[in-house]
Design a protein around this ligand. Structure first.
Ligand code: SF4
Length: 350
């Protein structure tokens, strides 16, 4: 066994319970990771030059309407530093950089940009081997589409789990609703994710789903239903964020033509609070919002960074006197069906 990482798949519910006892209003990943690993964990982004079947013509050549050209228009400094360099160099430079900044002691390599399981199996193995080939790396977090995770790729990832690494797949679902998937040209539905989560868990792989709040034509009740659906699926974590309209995307054109209204700061905060209330208390929140640098973003005009938005959401929960999972309920409480003295039950009526 290596590096002292957890090998079991299941999320540690006891650690999450402890967090609520300590007063946290939702299951924050950073706190959870520190509790379960005994040290601060940070993520280092890595670019292994993946393309996407929704962009290279295999499924479509248009991409999702919000795809900022394979995310390369994002302007984080950390993303700028990882463009097309040797993979091992990328990881060691990033680990050194984040450690110097005091981000933590151990790292998860986050393979971002494009669809990061969309290559032949032997190439994937070389990439994943390079990504974990550093003494401070405890595992991988791989961003991908749910239709690009066949059994053989999951088997390969399962091999790293057996060796003691923590392996996450970050599934770009964005919405569980099929009408939205069609509207934004995802080229897949929710069935693919249902299969992937089940198959991943069999192999000890942890699962995370990306969900966007503010997608065109989604109603508040549909957003709440998303919380219920991902809870029922038993996903381990989510990343929640507002829809960011980036320059050059098709959605930017829709916005310019008055066909898309961006979500406001207060709408996002209040809908996220609703979402959290209906989400299982044991789904870890890896991200509550995100920003992307101001020069590439068209709307929302407000600053979407999680450090600014997270506290606002917490304030709403605090004012409501609620927290994550407070309204989470899947099905009736069957105790209610017991006959009560002097009261008519359904059986009496029949
Ligand atoms: S699946 Fe991801 S990378 Fe592919 S087009 Fe959509 S947003 Fe872009």
């Amino acid at each position: 066994m290596i590096k002292g990482v957890r090998t079991e798949r299941a999320i540690d519910k006891g650690a999450i319970d402890q967090m609520y006892e300590e007063g946290y209003l939702y299951a924050k990943y950073g706190i959870y990771a520190r509790k379960t690993h005994g040290c601060k964990i940070f993520k280092v982004p890595m670019n292994a030059n993946f393309t996407c079947p929704n962009w290279d013509g295999r499924l479509s050549s248009k991409g999702c309407i919000f795809c900022p050209d394979f995310a390369r228009q994002f302007t984080y400094d950390s993303f700028r530093r990882v463009i097309t360099r040797d993979l091992r160099d990328q990881v060691s430079d990033q680990v050194e950089y984040y450690k110097k900044k005091g981000a933590g002691e151990k790292a998860l390599v986050y393979i971002a940009f494009g669809t990061n399981t969309y290559k032949p199996l032997n190439e994937l193995k070389d990439i994943f081997d390079a990504a974990i080939d550093h003494e401070d790396v405890i595992g991988l977090s791989i961003g991908t589409r749910p239709d690009c995770l066949p059994d053989e790729v999951l088997d390969l990832l399962g091999e790293y789990v057996k060796k003691g690494y923590e392996i996450w797949i970050e599934i770009g679902q964005q919405s569980v609703h099929y009408h939205t998937a069609e509207r934004v040209n995802r080229q897949h539905g929710f069935a693919e994710t249902m299969r992937v989560v089940k198959e991943a868990h069999k192999r000890g792989i942890l699962t995370l789903i990306f969900l966007i709040i503010g997608l065109p034509y989604e109603t508040p009740s549909e957003i709440v239903e998303e919380a219920r659906v991902v809870s029922a699926l038993g996903v381990d974590a989510i990343k929640l964020y507002p829809l960011l309209v980036m320059k050059g995307t098709r959605l930017a054109k829709e916005y310019e033509n008055g066909k898309y209204r961006p979500i406001s700061k207060s709408e996002y905060a209040s809908l996220s609070a609703d979402f959290l209330e209906h989400l299982s208390p044991y789904v870890i929140i890896q991200r509550i919002s995100k920003d992307c640098g101001l020069d590439g973003k068209v709307v929302p005009k407000w600053r979407t960074h999680r450090f600014l938005v997270g506290p606002r959401i917490e304030k709403i929960l605090m004012m409501r006197g609620t927290k994550q999972g407070i309204k989470h309920k899947l099905g009736l409480d069957m105790e209610e069906l017991k006959p009560m003295d002097g009261k008519i039950t359904a059986t009496d009526v029949l």
